[in-house]
Design a protein around this ligand. Sequence first.
Ligand code: IPE
Ligand code: IPE
Ligand code: MG
Length: 254
Amino acid sequence: MSLKEKIDMEKLPRHIAIIMDGNGRWAKEQGQDRLFGHFHGVESVRNIVEGCAELGIGYLTLYAFSTENWDRPVEEVTGLMELLVDTIRKEVTTLNKNNIKLHVIGDMNMLPDYARNELKEALDETSHNTGLNLVMALSYSSRWEIVNAIKNIAADVKAGKLQPYEIDQDSIKDYLATKEFPDPELMVRTSGEYRISNFLLYQLAYAELYFTQVRWPDFRKENLYEAIIDFQQRERRFGKTGDQISQQEKTAIS
Ligand code: IPE
Ligand code: IPE
Ligand code: MG
């Protein structure tokens, strides 16, 4: 039985989020510079996007560049930006062929003009697709997103469009960059780091976290299948007791 066959297709996570980490160390281990690692990371992106589309996953969010990553050496930042934008532009045909809709979350004001324009075109050209939603987190950080949300909530309250008593967990969601997407159910981080690094802090409240030593450029569908199988063996309790959850499942079956 292959790993893929071990996946319970009835219990797929609706939304998978991935912190694609370890490109730099992977390159260093091969005696190459960091950009070489980013370059090879693109092949993993293709493979994982394809894997998610084949399985019928609804949403895949990929953390490609954080707000903090702008502080890296300028050659790396420039090289990475070019690589990201170039890849997205080249992949539009494949995205359309596979019915994949592209979304971007992050502070687009930080991007150079050419990057913003290329991205906008790619978003427009895939906007009619109805299959996998591929969300690229680019120049994204969760604290940036939350600050932005609070500013907009305050402005709406001041303008009388929103009453303070109307603010609840659902209305806050409407002010986040992810408002169109359900919360991730599974969050994967590669390369052996056990942290969140400012990624989807609000949205990951009840996500199952999966960490692997595999560096991002080595990460392939099989590794994703392992993460999904692991996810499917977990009991998601959302604060309730295990007995309550088993009872709920019995009622749902009958
Ligand atoms: C992830 O790999 C890609 C980005 C953060 C853009 P890194 O570049 O962080 O690689 P490591 O963690 O230094 O190995
Ligand atoms: C997180 O990785 C951001 C992305 C994968 C895009 P980093 O490599 O920037 O995170 P830290 O600095 O190790 O926490
Ligand atoms: Mg890193």
